[in-house]
Design a protein around this ligand. Structure first.
Ligand SMILES: C[S@@+](CC[C@H](N)C(=O)[O-])C[C@H]1O[C@@H](n2cnc3c(N)ncnc32)[C@H](O)[C@@H]1O
Length: 400
């Protein structure tokens, strides 16, 4: 007997990385939503016109189909992002998971998958994550989460994301077993080697960027367009500062005070950042930014010795050699972000939209729409398709 096709509803679908992974595993996506016009166009043209453009907070549950098996939702990460210093439980975007909760409550699908950035785990000392898990459990779901690294599944990118899986049918939530690792890992010799950047985008290295699609050795290449600014203005410290000196100085003042590093971290709402101000082993220390310096001064009451060195800034030009974000050619890349794509190892331009898409394991015929910045954003926001596929495969096993 033929198996019934499993059905999916996607929330916060963006251009559709997560949804495409499920589709590729044979799921039928019956409804999806996002409120970004360009992302919705990209989704519609590549995945299907079941996507609805609109703000989910304004869409009543009655407009969403009933009787589907899986709810997907990479609820937005801006409020949660580790890069965002204004992380706060009050940032209302943090509460978009409540939309997912509402739809789970109203529709009761068997499974749900939620994706988020790593920072969600340490937000408010872990309280936000606890609150989210508790809310999902209270409406009858068995919930588990893991921090997964995309490169462990053959994605050529060291992207880490928190995956939450829940089900209300009394089965285990299974996370996909790792398939890739270091070639010389004695403890895990069954894994294949990590996929390096050069293997997947090497063919585009010397191909000039262009607006229109073109044919390269039998493959049509779309969206090989890129930002060409490889230097940028930024605000940097006017004077040289020695991290070791500052560290010794801060540690001395901390020891004189009643503040522990942990308490200081909590005060700032950081998970580990303050720890790095007081340590210099392995050169893993850091110097507080000026805002944090002034706040720290209030706590530790130190003198003016380093005030100018730490806090006086001037505008400088960063050139690509200084950028830490040049993709490693021989290893998986750094995380493809929604803002500034990395500079290509050829140092003449940033990674093209197509190269970013390839590092996110979108297929070659998946075409992106919108202005350049919007395309980079759609891709940087996405779950790598291949990672979504391995998650989908486990969910499918459990559902059958
Ligand atoms: C992290 S991205 C999700 C990416 C997607 N899971 C993928 O794999 O491609 C979050 C998405 O939520 C959308 N979003 C944020 N607030 C929304 C709202 N109120 N209603 C609908 N979509 C929203 C954003 O436009 C963005 O595309």
């Amino acid at each position: 007997m033929a198996k019934k096709k499993l059905s999916v509803v996607g929330l916060f679908s963006g251009c559709g990385g997560l949804d495409l992974g499920f589709k590729n595993q044979g799921f039928d996506i019956i409804w999806a939503n996002d409120f970004e016009k360009d992302a919705v166009k990209t989704y519609r043209e590549n995945i299907g016109d079941h996507i609805v453009l609109g703000d989910i907070t304004k869409i009543p549950s009655s407009e969403i189909p009933n009787d589907f098996d899986v709810l997907l939702g990479g609820f937005p990460c801006q409020g949660f992002s580790v890069a965002n210093i204004k992380r706060s439980i009050k940032d209302e975007r943090n509460f978009l998971y409540l939309e997912m909760l509402r739809i789970l409550k109203d529709k009761k699908p068997k499974f749900f998958i939620a994706e988020n950035v790593k920072g969600i785990l340490s937000l408010q000392g872990g309280e936000v994550m606890e609150m989210i898990l508790k809310d999902f459990k209270e409406i009858g779901y068995k919930v588990d989460y893991r921090l997964l690294k995309a490169s462990d599944y053959g994605v050529p990118q060291n992207r880490e994301r928190v995956i939450i899986i829940g089900n209300n049918i009394g089965v285990d939530n299974i996370f996909p077993p790792i398939t890739h690792g270091l070639g010389n890992d004695l403890f895990n010799n069954s894994t294949k080697p990590y996929v390096p950047v050069k293997d997947v985008i090497g063919h585009l290295k010397s191909v000039r960027i262009r607006d229109k699609e073109f044919n390269l050795n039998g493959t049509v290449i779309h969206n090989h367009i890129a930002r060409t600014n490889v230097s940028e203005k930024f605000w940097g410290r006017k004077y040289d500062v020695n991290q070791h000196d500052i560290c010794d100085y801060l540690r001395e003042w901390r020891n004189k005070s009643e503040w522990s590093t942990k308490k200081i971290d909590e005060h700032f709402g950081y998970a580990h950042t303050a720890g790095h101000w007081f340590r210099k082993d392995n050169n893993s220390g850091s110097i507080p930014n000026p805002e944090d310096w002034w706040e720290l001064k209030k706590l530790l009451n130190f003198d003016d010795k380093y005030d100018d060195q730490v806090t006086i800034l001037e505008e400088k030009t960063i050139v690509f050699e200084q950028s830490l974000r040049i993709s490693n050619w021989e290893t998986p890349s750094d995380t493809i972000t929604a803002t500034g794509p990395e500079i290509h190892p050829n140092k003449k331009r940033r990674m093209s939209v197509r190269e970013c898409a390839i590092l996110q394991t979108f297929p070659d015929d998946f075409v992106f729409y919108g202005a350049l910045g919007s395309m980079y954003k759609q891709i940087g926001n996405a779950v790598p398709v291949k990672l979504a596929e391995v998650i989908a495969r486990e969910v499918k096993e459990q559902l059958y």
